[in-house]
Structures are given as C-alpha cells and as structure tokens.
Design a protein around this ligand. Structure first.
Ligand SMILES: *Cc1c(COP(=O)(O)O)cnc(C)c1O
Length: 344
C-alpha cells in the first residue's frame, strides 16, 4: 500500500503510562475538576451529545473574550493547544519550510514539524536559560516557536529577548503560554503591539480540563482566520465546550486560588530539593525541573515506590533531569520521600 514516504519513520508520542499511587508526570492540575465545570458535565443536555456543536465555537469564544480581554475575532479554539500549534504550522508554512524551536523545549514540536513536512531547527537555550535570539534568527526559519514558561525547564524567556525576536522575525512568532497562569506575567500584549505574534494557551493545566481537550489561540484577526482554515469547523466536542465555558465564567476564583497555591507549593518543593543538595531551576510553572546525573535511574526507583515523575536524558545543555509536577503538599511529601529513598 502506498503511503506518505516522509511518514514512514515517525513514531507516536507515548510517555510511559505506568499506573502509580502518585502521578506527577504530566503537569496537569492535581486539585480535581473545577466545580462549575463538573456541574456543567452533570447537567449536559442530550442535544449536546446527539447534535453537532455550533461550528467555530462562538459561545466559547465569547467566554474566552471575557477572560482574556480580546475580541472574539482575535480568538480561535481547538482540541487542546496541541491542535492549535499543529494548525498554525499548517496555516503559516508550506511543506519544506523551516521552524526554529529552543532546545530543550516542548517535545511535541519536532513531531508537529515532521507531520507537517517542515524542516526543524532546534536552537540551544543560553546558559542563563533565556532564548538565543540571534541563533534562532540565524536558522532562517519562517516560524519561530517560544514556550514561556518553558516546558521542561520551567524558566521564562526574558521580555527583552522576546521583543527582539518578534521585531526581527521574518515571519510568525508562535508563543506557547500553556503555563501562563502560574507565572509572574504574560506576554500576550505583544499580540496587540506587533503584527506577527500568535499566542497559544490551554485549559489543560491551570483549569484542570486536560481530558476535555480545549485550547485557544490569540492573534490578530488575519492570523486567526488562517488558523481556522487549517483546523476545520468541529474540533472540540459540545460537552467539553460547555465545561470550558463554565470554567471560564464561574470557576476563575477556583483557578486563581489553586494557581496561587501551586506557587507556594513549588517554592516549598524547591527548598526541600535544595536542602538535599539538588539544584532545581527557578520555576514559573506548575512543575520543578531538577537536572542531575543519574536522574533516569532515580525516577525508575521512585516509580517502584508508586511515584511517577517525568525523567529526561540527553537534553541539550542539561543531560539528565527530573520534572516534578506540583500538587497538594501530601503528594509532594510522597515524592520527596520516594526521591530520598531512591537517591540513597
Ligand atoms: C501541556 C502543554 C500544552 C497543552 O497541551 P493541550 O493540547 O492544550 O493539552 C501545550 N504546550 C506545552 C508546552 C505544554 O506543556
């Protein structure tokens, strides 16, 4: 059977899924489902299931408009922000064109580049973990991706570097703000002041709805319109849409309170790790990133004790590292206990 030749060597994204007592491996919200979203699920009308949702999700855009302060024409939604990243690559680049991505950063980017037939240029982060603007521009890439706060390093791109990148970019800068609610500030204002910025965000992290698959993008109407061409009319289901609207309009106090709690928890976690002699990076996300040789083996031993965290190896400029998601303190204690045990 003839299939697309460039697809032959693409492997699927499959992080190790081990059933574990405490799972801190995927940066999702560990405080449960936001209450109004849960109510929306219970009360979902059967027509939300039997009928198609309204194409291009106008009600969800309205709720997002209230939350973000951007008019609905500046917003598009998708099946998680993964979907929007994928659609943006397809909308803005022809196959064969190049995308530049800081390294290390969101591991899905090389996959999205390949499935869209793009050239992929990883660009090492600087030693201070900021993006290397000149090196990114030197790739000649037509689309530049920046994740801030960055997964997996938990660090942010500096405002000055971002502005220089956006102003000198030959095309779109795709700014991934999946963790913005946990950070000191967003750079979404660049969307208004510059013509070439698209920001993606998600309800999978601070909003606790990862399983419902709702993400959104913010950009000038001309850019958003192109992304919508690439994504098609029905990208999330009607029930997920209702839950997202409920979360955005009624659960903001819940979301803010837990994001604030995460900021305090991650500080406690950082201090506990430092007390063990480890050197976690400064974090503005809902996880802590700890580079050290032997991290892979430590993670395997932690897993034997029922604690799942994400381990990386061979990361550019880092080597091995652990990424620990932040949740209620008893979970952090379980992780620290398993880590101490595994490290001995
Ligand atoms: C989790 C995450 C996302 C969000 O993915 P969804 O598809 O919205 O669930 C996007 N970017 C980064 C860097 C992430 O870590």
């Amino acid at each position: 059977m003839r299939t697309r030749p460039s697809y032959r060597d693409i492997s699927l994204y499959s992080p190790p899924a081990v059933p574990c007592r405490v799972d801190l491996s995927d940066n999702t919200n560990l405080f449960g489902v936001p209450p109004a979203a849960e109510r929306a699920l219970r009360e979902a009308a059967s027509s939300l299931i039997t009928r198609y949702p309204i194409s291009y999700a106008p009600d969800l855009k309205q709720a997002l408009s209230q939350y973000t302060g951007f008019e609905p024409s500046w917003l598009t939604t998708g099946c998680g922000s993964d979907d929007l990243i994928d659609c943006a690559l397809r909308a803005f680049l022809e196959p064969g064109e190049r995308i530049a991505v800081p390294d290390p950063s969101f591991s899905m980017m090389s996959y999205f580049a390949r499935v869209n037939g793009l050239q992929f240029s990883p660009v090492p982060l600087r030693q201070d973990w900021d993006i290397d603007v000149e090196a990114m521009l030197a790739t000649g890439a037509r689309l530049l991706y920046v994740c801030s706060p960055n997964n997996p390093t938990s660090t942010v791109a500096s405002r000055a570097a971002l502005e220089r990148l956006v102003d000198a970019a030959p095309g779109i800068v795709l700014l991934d703000e999946a963790y913005t609610e946990f950070s000191r500030g967003s750079n979404v204002d660049l969307v208004r002041s510059r013509p070439n910025v698209l920001v993606t965000r998600t309800l999978s992290k601070a909003f606790g709805l990862a399983g419902m698959r709702v993400g959104y993008a913010i950009g000038r109407p001309e850019l958003v319109a192109e992304v919508e061409k690439a994504r098609g009319p029905y990208k999330h289901n009607g029930v997920a849409e209702r839950m997202a609207i409920a979360a955005l309009t009624e659960d903001l106090p819940w979301v803010k309170a837990h994001a604030g709690e995460v900021q305090a928890l991650r500080q406690r976690l950082v201090e506990a790790l430092e007390a063990m002699g480890l050197k976690p990076l400064p974090t503005e996300a809902n996880f802590v990133f700890v580079p050290f040789p032997g991290a892979i083996q430590v993670a395997a031993r932690m897993r034997e004790q029922g604690v799942n965290i994400r381990a990386f190896q061979g990361l550019t400029g880092v080597g091995e590292a652990l990424r620990i998601g932040c949740g209620p303190w008893p979970m952090m204690e379980a992780a620290l206990g398993a880590l101490r045990e595994a490290w001995r």
